[in-house]
Design a protein around this ligand. Sequence first.
Ligand code: GLU
Length: 429
Amino acid sequence: MEKNALMCESMNLNLRGMPLSATLNINEKSNEMIAQGKKVYKLGLGQAPFPVPDVVVEELKKNAHKKDYLPVKGLYELRDAVAKYYKLSQDLDYTADDILIGPGSKELMFILQVVFYGELLLPAPSWVSYAPQASILGRKISWIETYEENDWLLMPDDLDSHCKNDPNAPRVIILNYPNNPTGKTYPKELLKELAEVARKYGIIVLSDEIYGELNHDGNHVSIARYYPEGTIISSGLSKWCGAGGWRLGTFAFPKNLKWLLDGMATVASETFTAVSAPIQFASIRAFNFDDAINIYLKHSRRILKALGMYIYNHFNAVGIRVPKPDGAFYFLPNYSELRDRLEKHNITTSSKLCDAVLNDTGVAFLPGSDFGRDEHEFTTRIAYVDFDGEKALKAAYDKKDEIDEEFLKTYCSNTIVSVDKICDWVKAL
Ligand code: GLU
């Protein structure tokens, strides 16, 4: 303990008292409870439920013998495949030289903040790790409020109001859509308006599009279309390709931010060196969006959309407010309508709410406070991923008509049961 404290001080990092990341912590806590023989429904960690597509796994097998260190910025063929993917999916013009490959986009985000000295702007709510990364580095974090009536999306005027007092300050903002924790995405018009404000103040937009391919209607649009010169697109294989454990992330830079890419590559060269060779070779296949990948994605989206709608209908029916989902596999349920009933049971914060539900029903999820929301607001985050994605996907391939409740109850049963348990718990309050 003492040694740890000394190490943190001598590294001059702000780690004292910081716990494990909330998402990973809830996963480990849930697994420990399961190991003790308890039944736990895992809506905590947002791990993609679907398997890595077979064609990509085959490539990994073929490349298992690849043993050399690869270039720091990433394998040329992979960077080229990523650049081509953005041409195809977003009509954006990148070349391999604009792409940086890292061991997960999370690590790339951290390194970006190592290299870029400025204020970090975060809409509240935002994903759990953005703010702690900035805290570790001692960077200034500014939360910008969002509102439930706007589906928790950042409004351009609120961004403008934040920036206008010090218009020239160096800033980076992280926009994530489809969003973790809300499941909402930005309509084109709003992206255009946000792009204008970002351009006005020279803000770098780190556009976290890791869930882009999991837009439930398959029509994700990047803000880079409207603000190409100031946007870095962050993505990777963890979510749409089911490969979180492979740790493969990508950043796409505009030409004029090459200095940032190069600075990040220097940090990479002194830290992780390069991403694992077999993983990079296999990933080339993943970015080749042929029928195998497109059909896999079509069915992944169908399942997530149907499941999202089931939860949306059931939660709202019992007074847990959630907006209609657009993508990914998250909700930020708001229990504030039930405040009086919760407080009668001495549940006064979102953390206490999570503890009570876990204790009473075995369903694990996270408080909204881990995502920058007020503890007393009664928001929480669920990741609706506790099901066998491989079985569900196989069944979806064969199911020509609509994915209905019966399908969900058969193939996504743990998630359905946990949502029903939460609803019953609320009704019994
Ligand atoms: N993105 C996942 C989540 O929000 C977790 C992945 C991670 O923390 O590395 O649950």
